[in-house]
Ligand binder design. Structure first.
Ligand SMILES: [Zn+2]
Length: 236
């Protein structure tokens, strides 16, 4: 096998390896569907719990204000006993009236808070009830995906080993050149010549260069500077 043939072989092994690695990085549809349902459900539960916490906080705040207002009410009612004239009496009643109104508002707000919290708690409970089943389905799909990756992983390992073996048989200078072009040119260092044209960039291969390639020598595309590979060259 000539050096160019080895480079071509290396290119095709690395292309297959890239393909496996890309496949391994993509979630299969079956898993992606359950994964997004799972993530949504988790986010929703966090959101509901956050809402409940916020409501609890608000309820404690209203509780505090309510007991303050009830203390105040007692104070005004005490004052009512000590009024000395009609004017003071009217003023004390005005305070009591306003405070009672405020207490009523706070009580109503607390009641609404509790009713709302019940609704949210029910939503959260429903989510939690279905969660074990969702978790089981998620685990199953994940397991299946990982299992299917096992084959791909094995293939990728084998391809990596093959690439190493091929590389070991390529002169260092050429190997370095291959990797330099590979990095610079979208992971294609070697391009096949098809009908006297570079298959990567469609630049025409001049006859002199074609002759060189036919002799099994290393030649570069004048357009994209990739190493050219010509199939079925005459044996030298
Ligand atoms: Zn080219």
């Amino acid at each position: 096998m000539s050096d160019v043939e080895k480079l071509w072989e290396l290119q095709s092994v690395l292309t297959q390896l890239n393909d496996r690695e890309r496949q391994m990085s993509v979630k299969p549809d079956a898993f992606a569907a359950i994964d997004s349902e799972y993530q949504r459900s988790n986010e929703e539960m966090v959101r509901l719990q956050g809402q409940l916490d916020q409501m609890g906080k608000e309820r404690r705040r209203v509780d505090g204000e309510l007991s303050d207002q009830q203390e105040l009410l007692k104070k005004y009612q005490g004052q009512l006993m000590q009024v000395k004239n009609q004017q003071q009496y009217a003023a004390a009643w005005k305070e009591i009236d306003a405070t009672r109104k405020h207490v009523k508002e706070l009580e109503e707000s607390e009641l609404k808070n509790m009713t709302d919290a019940d609704v949210v708690q029910k939503q959260l409970d429903d989510r939690k009830a279905g969660y074990d089943d969702l978790q089981r389905r998620y685990d199953e799909a994940h397991e299946q995906w990982q299992h299917s990756l096992g084959d791909l992983r094995q293939e990728a390992d084998e391809l990596r080993k093959r690439a190493e073996m091929i590389e070991a048989g390529i002169p260092e200078r050429l190997r370095n050149e291959f990797h330099r072009i590979y990095k610079q040119r979208q992971q294609i260092a070697v391009a096949r010549v098809e009908r006297d044209t570079c298959s990567a960039c469609r630049t025409r291969v001049r006859p002199a260069l074609a002759q060189q390639l036919k002799r099994g020598e290393v030649g570069h595309c004048e357009g994209c500077h990739r190493i050219l590979y010509m199939e079925g060259r005459t044996q030298s």
